[in-house]
Design a protein around this ligand. Structure first.
Ligand code: PQQ
Length: 251
């Protein structure tokens, strides 16, 4: 049986999960930021990650629907607006499509998800199911990866701008607003978790939720790394123009 942690000890445990398991450590992320990815790998990353972006407002709506407190719903609904915008063409999902447009990807192919990897779809669905099936505390705790996203976004954006001539600040405009939004969102979620994880079981559940979320983000990059660096992609998957040469070289 785990001991009851003080709120600050709980925060330290949660931060330790991020320090050791967040996707800033993933080999694909390291290659992306260091200039080692091919253009096709970056296209595949953007195409697959679209499905994650698209699921965020759905998972936030599922969490919001479970909140009994009106003020909490008012606070949480801003997350949905951030991603969906107030109207067509605004918000984070539209900005992600600007990234895939700039990379030359076909919108229908991106939005339909038909060229995405199976593991991307499993991972995204696992996140949606998690927030519906687990406690509200765990659903909120699973968003705490955003404690660490400003750091990885800063490194990714500066690395991509420095290392790829086809990437411009406009291409990566999605990321401009995210650090401020992520700080606001993770401050809220962390305060909620510290206040509401009152028993050792609840505290362990909150830590487990963050571990789950880190593993889901990790699995998405594992899938990309495997499909585009080492193996034949899934038969239905997006095939970058530079893929055949790479595969021959690997044989
Ligand atoms: O670029 C990233 O590395 C990154 C990571 C994460 C994350 O840690 O889950 C999010 C985002 N970006 C992001 O842009 C975003 O809107 C977002 C929402 C959430 C969430 O779980 O509610 N995570 C993230």
């Amino acid at each position: 049986m785990a001991d009851l942690l003080t709120p600050d000890e709980l925060e330290a445990r949660l931060r330790h999960v991020g320090e050791t398991r967040y996707h800033h450590l993933h080999p694909f992320q390291l290659r992306l930021q260091s200039g080692a990815c091919s253009r096709g790998e970056i296209e595949a990353w953007a195409l697959n990650r679209y499905l994650y972006q698209a699921c965020i407002p759905q998972k936030d709506a599922a969490i919001l629907a479970r909140m009994e407190d009106a003020q909490m719903r008012r606070d949480w609904r801003q997350r949905i607006i951030d991603h969906d915008g107030e109207r067509e063409g605004e918000g984070g999902i539209a900005k992600w499509l600007k990234l895939t447009d700039d990379l030359g990807l076909d919108r229908e192919a991106v939005v339909s998800g038909r060229l995405a990897l199976p593991a991307t779809k499993f991972a995204v669905n696992a996140y949606l199911s998690f927030v519906k099936d687990k406690s509200l505390l765990e659903a909120i705790a699973s968003s705490l990866t955003e404690l660490f996203s400003p750091m990885v976004i800063k490194t990714r954006v500066s690395g991509m701008l420095a290392n790829y001539d086809f990437i411009t600040p406009e291409t990566l405009a999605y990321f401009t607003a995210r650090p401020v939004q992520a700080k606001r969102d993770s401050d809220f979620a962390l305060a909620y978790v510290k206040e509401n994880a009152k028993t050792p079981e609840q505290q362990q559940a909150a830590i487990g939720a963050l571990e789950f979320k880190c593993s889901m983000l990790w699995a998405m990059l594992d899938a990309l790394e495997h499909a585009y660096l080492y193996a034949q992609p899934w038969p239905d998957a997006f095939v970058p123009a530079d893929a055949p040469a790479k595969r021959e070289a690997a044989e």
